[in-house]
Design a protein. Structure first.
Length: 255
């Protein structure tokens, strides 16, 4: 089994355990291949080609591994832990938070052709880069304040205008048809401030939010106040954003 060229201690350990355990649980191999595809794509600033499958070991898988390797309980637990850590590895190693794939970006780009889009708090601007490659008129904005605490992603995928979320909305509202807000920081009320600004102006466009409802993203006041709409677009995007770990990342149109 090939170890990725961008290997770290995480990947070396995972590769060793996969080599050890995959012969008795072959279903591990497709998961591992997709994980390595993701890392390889992100390392060259390309949106990953497919959505992630469920990465956690099932009860049946654990039982099979324990049957064949009764003395390897610690390593079996370690394998399950490493699979569950993949989201955090992507965040730390590549500075990406919304776990979107190419089919997701393609579906969103198809829905937003002809619209003027602004991504708020864009971070590395993966989403903006993906949309722009599919001819969506998109502007990425972020004040980059997160760089003081997080060294990842100092080379964005797409040009990022230095504006905080509120300033970006106030400066672009008149010329924007849709805002994209992915993984707004947990507990920070900036999302609520943005929503209040849009409501006060009776802005008629789309505010598309990617995150975990009342979970790992956004502020409590935002989720309490948000009017969430289900549309054909959100249903399509959520089908293309399957749950693969403990975080229930979803797409919402918010009013």
């Amino acid at each position: 089994m090939l170890t990725p060229g961008w290997q770290t201690a995480y990947w070396r350990r995972l590769d060793t355990l996969m080599t050890q355990f995959a012969p008795v649980v072959p279903a591990l191999l497709p998961r591992y291949r997709i994980m390595t595809q993701w890392a390889a794509a992100l390392s060259v600033h390309t949106v990953p080609p497919v959505a992630l499958p469920n990465l956690q070991l099932s009860t049946e898988m654990i039982a099979i591994l324990l049957w064949h390797y009764p003395a390897q309980q610690a390593n079996i637990r370690m394998l399950d832990h490493l699979l569950g850590e993949f989201r955090h590895v992507v965040q730390r190693q590549f500075g990406e938070w919304a776990m979107v794939s190419a089919p997701f970006v393609t579906a969103l780009a198809g829905a937003w052709q002809g619209k003027r889009v602004v991504e708020l708090m864009a971070g590395n601007a993966l989403l903006s880069a993906g949309l722009a490659k599919q001819q969506v008129a998109v502007t990425a904005t972020d004040d980059l304040s997160w760089q003081a605490a997080n060294g990842t992603g100092r080379t964005p995928w797409y040009p990022v205008i230095n504006l905080d979320g509120q300033s970006a909305v106030k400066q672009t509202m008149a010329t924007t048809d849709a805002y994209l807000l992915a993984w707004s920081p947990d507990g920070d009320p900036v999302d609520w401030q943005i929503l209040q600004t849009l409501r006060a102006a009776h802005w008629p466009g789309d505010l598309l939010v990617i995150g975990e409802y009342k979970g790992a993203t956004n502020s409590a006041v935002f989720w309490q106040a948000a009017h969430l709409r289900t549309t054909p677009l959100t249903r399509t995007l959520n089908r293309l954003l399957p749950r693969f770990d403990l975080i229930n990342e979803r797409v919402f149109l918010v009013q």
